[in-house]
Design a protein around this ligand. Structure first.
Ligand SMILES: C[S@@+](CC[C@H](N)C(=O)[O-])C[C@H]1O[C@@H](n2cnc3c(N)ncnc32)[C@H](O)[C@@H]1O
Length: 224
């Protein structure tokens, strides 16, 4: 049964698309939901983490999906500077000003309270300071949404070794335009960071949507 057949899920889905269309869309939500549903089916152990949570919209969606798929026990941890984007590096385009996408921990918590959902564990600070010591030891799913080359490099270095067998991560804004010419390619530093982290041949696969979805996925095979 589709999760959207449940009125409570449909309400949150619609509200997120209406109020958080700057970071979420009708392609991203089902792609993330499918990953989280698979964790239950495959009995993958570990936490769910989001690196770059901004106002907590995707965190709210992940909590919603986990709770409606019998995974209330699975913790969600989110990470953000709450100072917005850092200075861009040489791989990153001059698209956003430094400090763009500033939010607060209180916004993230209030959003979950508003919907009566369990709050995530919020880790405030720059990835370089928080990730090495404040990630769970075992991660079932990670959503990497730090926008810039350095942020994604740090995110991969910290999460890949902690991925549980059968676990996966999705990198937002990963645009492989050869594989998917429709993908939004506004932040090329993201794919460059993945290419530099993994080397060739890349183990990343491309997810497709109905629009300009730019999602790359890394899966850690079970049994390794
Ligand atoms: C596109 S927003 C995240 C949107 C969120 N994932 C969602 O779906 O609603 C990117 C976030 O990454 C954070 N960020 C980027 N680089 C960071 C870094 N090096 N350390 C901490 N936060 C970072 C920014 O503060 C910003 O809130």
């Amino acid at each position: 049964m589709s999760l959207l057949a449940l009125p409570s899920v449909r309400r949150i889905h619609g509200w997120l698309l209406e109020h958080h269309g700057d970071t979420l869309d009708a392609d991203r939500l089902p792609a993330i939901a499918a990953e989280l549903e698979r964790l239950a089916a495959d009995q993958v152990p570990g936490a769910v983490v989001e690196l770059g949570c901004y106002q907590g919209a995707m965190a709210l969606w992940m909590r919603t999906v986990l709770d409606t798929t019998g995974q209330q026990y699975r913790p969600v941890h989110v990470y953000d500077s709450f100072e917005g984007l850092p200075e861009r590096g040489p791989h990153d385009p001059q698209l956003f000003p430094t400090g763009f996408l500033r939010a607060t921990e209180e916004e993230v918590l209030a959003l979950h309270d508003q919907w009566g959902l369990a709050r995530p564990a919020v880790h405030c600070g720059w990835f370089a300071d928080t990730l090495p010591s404040r990630l769970p030891d075992r991660i079932a799913f990670a959503y990497l949404d730090g926008d810039y080359y350095d942020s994604i490099r740090l995110s991969l270095a910290a999460t890949v070794p902690r991925l549980a067998p059968g676990g996966a991560l999705i990198v937002d804004d990963y645009a492989d335009v050869e594989a998917n010419p429709k993908a939004w390619n506004g932040l090329p530093g993201v794919k460059a960071a993945c290419d530099d982290h993994f080397g060739a041949p890349s183990p990343m696969t491309v997810l497709f949507g109905t629009g300009d979805l730019a999602f790359g996925r890394y899966y850690r095979p079970a049994g390794r």
